[in-house]
Design a protein around this ligand. Structure first.
Ligand code: ADP
Ligand code: MG
Length: 277
């Protein structure tokens, strides 16, 4: 069933998920705790629809915690609590009538360590999110989604002849792109990526960056990276997180990526992007 056109794929996505579009995501005064310990303090960030936002900053300043709050994974940690609001296209994802599964479908997450279901076939990995989202698709619809999602994740050519083989048999870089395809299969409005290339070879890193580039405008992307060149290459805006001397993490500065690298407003941003700490 190869050769699915882009239009045919968009039609199937519209049937299953309604009109797809990039979502505007707003974090409004997010404070986060683990037990008594405050790890983020009133963090606000406007992630505009269709743009790529890079999150940078030293280890331990709360970037991963912030991402988990953006798709309701933080609340799965027993000691974790939070204050503030996250709005997707204006609606509070923590609102009383909002469901976790809706947040998860609309806001996908990619981790540093690829986590496909290793024993499951490549095909089944890609469509694994449908059931969790409560979406019933026919075999034909799934075929289209699998091909389109693997193409979007820049891995189709490498796996099209072995879709029935286990996801765990792929290389690390391929597994990561399989995970991206799995996220894209449910037509998310936002994709959160937590150091997605830190464990990848240069070729897979380039493919992931190509994927980010090709999703621009269609999916809102938030990417945590320790690679300043990568932030520079892929993002429209960059937010610099910092937690100094045991204080909770805050955003020191957020703005146009190019401007922030050329003329940071805060001396701490200057030092960080220039590798001083
Ligand atoms: P980053 O991603 O920027 O490295 P994290 O969000 O992982 O930072 O961590 C922020 C702070 O929260 C760190 O001090 C870390 O030790 C703490 N932390 C992270 N996860 C947990 C957890 N599950 N339980 C307790 N503390 C945690
Ligand atoms: Mg982290």
């Amino acid at each position: 069933y190869t050769g699915v056109s882009k239009d045919a794929a968009e039609e199937v996505r519209a049937e299953l998920f309604g009109e797809g579009h990039a979502g505007g995501l707003v974090a409004d005064s997010i404070t986060a705790w683990f037990g008594e310990r405050k790890v983020l303090d009133r963090v606000s960030l406007d992630m505009k629809a269709g743009e790529v936002t890079a999150l940078i900053g030293p280890s331990g300043c709360g970037k991963s915690t912030f991402l988990r709050i953006l798709n309701r994974m933080h609340e799965m940690i027993p000691t974790a609590s939070l204050a503030g609001e996250v709005r997707l296209d204006g609606a509070d994802i923590y609102g009383p009538t909002e469901r976790i599964t809706a947040a998860r479908r609309n806001i996908g997450m990619i981790f540093q360590k690829p986590n496909p279901f290793p024993a499951m076939s490549i095909y089944d990995n890609v469509v694994a999110g449908l059931k969790l989202s409560g979406v019933r698709a026919t075999r034909d619809q799934k075929d289209v989604l699998v091909e389109d999602s693997l193409k979007k994740a820049a891995i189709w050519d490498e796996v099209k002849d072995r879709l029935d083989q286990p996801g765990g048999g792929l290389s690390g870089g391929q597994q990561q792109r399989l995970c991206i395809a799995r996220s894209l299969a449910v037509s998310p409005r936002v994709l959160l990526m937590d150091e997605p290339c830190s464990a990848l070879d240069p070729t897979s890193t380039r493919r992931v960056e190509e994927t980010i580039e090709s999703l621009r405008g269609q999916v809102t992307i938030v990417i945590v990276t320790h690679n300043m060149q990568q932030a520079h290459r892929v993002s429209d805006t960059t937010a610099f997180f910092l937690a100094s001397l045991g204080t909770p993490g805050v955003i020191v500065e957020h703005g146009d990526t190019q401007a922030m690298f050329d003329r940071p407003l805060d001396p701490r941003t200057h030092d960080y992007v220039n590798g001083v700490f």
